[in-house]
Design a binder for this molecule. Structure first.
Ligand code: NDP
Ligand code: MG
Length: 368
């Protein structure tokens, strides 16, 4: 029997990498649902190749409901959530409540509503398995261990394209410069998030919710080669790391098969000599002001992480449209987080209300 997979956001970077993995794993998995936002042409090509039972395009008559419909089908066992941004939240909640495994690339939803997502998994018997490479690395290191044995995580960050820039030059970086990621080829939003290090702040919050560690035990180090994906320290002081040349295909495959491993010939095999020197540096706070803001929002808890995420989504969109300069992304986030954020994020209404207010404040702050 093959396992039914729904891919939400099948036309994006993670979506197409997922299909690339599944081309090699047809005896284990079958694609039963695909969704996209507006790229009808690629979605049609994918549908012709995979013949899924369900195809949904948000930017058509179907609207956003198609994500939940695809995620909760009876013939789906695994939902790969590769949607970008807050739009992925409701489908993750619905899939977990329906008892599915969610292979989660859509970190924004977990950041917005970590408690609700964890609660949905408990209530419905669903399971979240991270696709994000750092979190996959952690999961691979801790699988088989008891939760009390885990002491500390160190997530790696490439540092993005501006790692060696001065703060003054950085404030005026162009869209083209921000989209030149040194080690990963990804969608535009996460590529900008990697340049501001917002991505790493989102990942710290993601790790807090996935692995149940306090923020002080989730640390970050800059590692320009992106070969070590994370370090995991255990209570006895021993440290494990997961290593590989940068590719999302391995963490995607592992999210589908965890805790098992299956033979796969897709990824370039690791060679330490080819990898060469591996270097590690502290995060330079003056280069990445949004990183500390995101960590602080995580520690504040309640609806602050949702506000952080929403402010960033609005600011990144405006930056990509050429309407604000790079430095304004962090300034916008700072202005939004200065407002009072309700401490309760217990219901979807609480979270969506904070998201909406933060988006409005962000537009005002960005354009002032
Ligand atoms: P892309 O922009 O490449 O793809 C996004 C996908 O989501 C597309 O299929 C897009 O459809 C769809 N989509 C966009 N907006 C909506 C919406 N409002 N409703 C429904 N579907 C929508 O992003 P990535 O693949 O790079 O990233 C996806 C997620 O994975 C993000 O959360 C990112 O942080 C995370 N991630 C990505 C990594 C990477 O290597 N790319 C690594 C780790 C995490 P359409 O094409 O029609 O617009
Ligand atoms: Mg990552």
């Amino acid at each position: 029997m093959t396992c039914g997979v729904a891919i939400l956001g099948s036309t994006g970077s993670i979506g197409t990498s997922t299909l690339q993995v599944l081309r090699r794993q047809r005896e284990r998995f079958r694609v039963v649902a695909l969704t996209a936002h507006s790229n009808a042409e690629l979605l049609e090509d994918q549908a012709a190749e995979w013949r899924p039972a369900y195809v949904g395009l948000v930017n058509s008559g179907k609207g956003a409901d198609c994500l939940v419909e695809a995620a909760t089908r009876a013939d789906v066992q695994i939902v790969v959530n590769a949607v970008v941004g807050a739009a992925g939240l409701e489908a993750t909640l619905a899939a977990l409540r329906a008892g599915k495994r969610v292979a989660l690339a859509n970190k924004e939803a977990l950041v917005m509503a970590g408690e609700l997502v964890s609660e949905a998994a408990r209530a419905g018997g669903g399971e979240i398995v991270p696709v994000d490479s750092e979190h996959s690395a952690v999961l691979q290191c801790i699988t088989g261990r008891r939760p009390g044995e885990l002491a500390r995580l160190i997530l790696t960050a490439s540092g993005g394209p501006f790692r060696t820039w001065t703060p003054e030059r950085l404030a005026g970086a162009t869209v083209a410069e921000a989209l030149q990621h040194p080690t990963w080829k990804m969608g535009k939003k996460i590529t900008v998030d990697s340049a501001t290090l917002v991505n790493k702040a989102l990942e710290v919050i993601e790790a807090h919710f996935l692995f149940g560690l306090p923020y002080a035990a989730v640390q970050v180090v800059v590692h320009p080669q992106s070969v070590v994906h994370a370090f995991v320290e255990f209570v006895d002081g021993s440290v494990l790391a997961q290593i590989g040349f940068p590719t999302m295909e391995l963490p995607i495959l592992y999210a589908l098969t965890h805790p098992e491993r299956v033979p796969d010939g897709g990824a370039r095999r690791f060679d330490p000599v080819e990898a060469g020197a591996l270097t590690f540096e502290p995060v330079r706070p003056e280069l990445y002001p949004a990183y500390a803001l995101g960590r602080a929002a995580g520690e504040q808890g309640g609806t602050a992480p949702a506000a952080f995420n929403a402010a960033n989504e609005v600011a990144v969109q405006l930056f990509l449209e050429g309407r604000i300069r790079f430095g304004k992304i962090a300034e916008t986030i700072e202005r939004v987080l200065a407002a009072q954020w309700p401490p309760s994020a217990q219901s979807l209404e609480d979270v969506l209300a904070a998201d909406a207010v933060a988006r409005r404040l962000a537009r005002e702050a960005a354009c002032s």
